[in-house]
Write a protein that binds this ligand. Structure first.
Ligand SMILES: Cc1cc2nc3c(=O)[nH]c(=O)nc-3n(C[C@H](O)[C@H](O)[C@H](O)COP(=O)(O)O)c2cc1C
Length: 179
């Protein structure tokens, strides 16, 4: 069952959870992939509720997002322990393995997008990408550039590397908790 929520009532839960790791789930054809994010912004843009996520150029998720234009945000809520899931989805690439299968995640069909929700991280936002933009390297503060975008680290590295982030603006179409 999905219990629909007003996303602003849960903004605190969402913003508190993000730095500890939440998932972005994408689907392209039969392929479903989950990736951990630790940065994200929720708010209003163009008078629409918007979830902004920041995805480095080399991530498999970037390809999936560009192909499908949709994602779900999957936020831990309630009792389920999710550290193992977010650690796994934040250190393996969907290019090399099927993380959903490896972890035995429970997919729940979405109502308005093709990307499914994940029962183990039940607070769900269904989002459609309206806009994306690559961060302007020259406008990033120098200390941030040095620590977050080290030129000598290959883009396959799951942590900081030379790739800059694309910001994806995901219009929040629906928000609910999977129960
Ligand atoms: C806690 C945590 C937070 C992360 N946050 C981000 C993020 O906000 N953006 C990003 O591009 N990668 C982030 N990563 C790294 C990706 O999750 C990781 O590279 C992942 O393997 C990419 O999966 P994919 O290639 O299947 O898309 C994070 C990793 C962890 C463990």
């Amino acid at each position: 069952m999905k219990r629909e929520i007003n996303v602003t009532d849960y903004a605190n839960q969402i913003t508190s959870a993000i730095p500890h790791g939440v998932l972005v789930t994408t689907r392209n054809g039969d392929r479903v992939n989950c990736m951990t994010i630790g940065w994200g912004t929720i708010g209003t843009m163009w008078s629409m509720p918007m979830m902004m996520i920041y995805i480095r150029e080399g991530r498999f998720t970037r390809q999936m997002l560009d192909a499908s234009g949709e994602f779900t945000l999957n936020v831990p809520f309630g009792e389920t322990k999710t550290k193992k899931i977010t650690a796994y989805c934040g250190s393996r690439s969907g290019r090399n393995t099927d993380k959903v299968k490896d972890l035995g995640l429970t997919l729940v069909e979405s109502d308005l997008v093709k990307a499914p929700g994940i029962a183990e991280l039940p607070l769900t936002l269904e989002c459609r990408v309206l806009y994306k933009q690559l961060l302007d390297k020259n406008a990033v503060p120098e200390d941030v550039r040095k620590s977050m975008y080290p030129e000598d680290v290959d883009s396959s590295n799951p942590m900081a590397n030379r790739d800059y982030h694309f910001c994806y603006y995901g219009k929040i179409l629906k928000a609910y908790i999977i129960e």
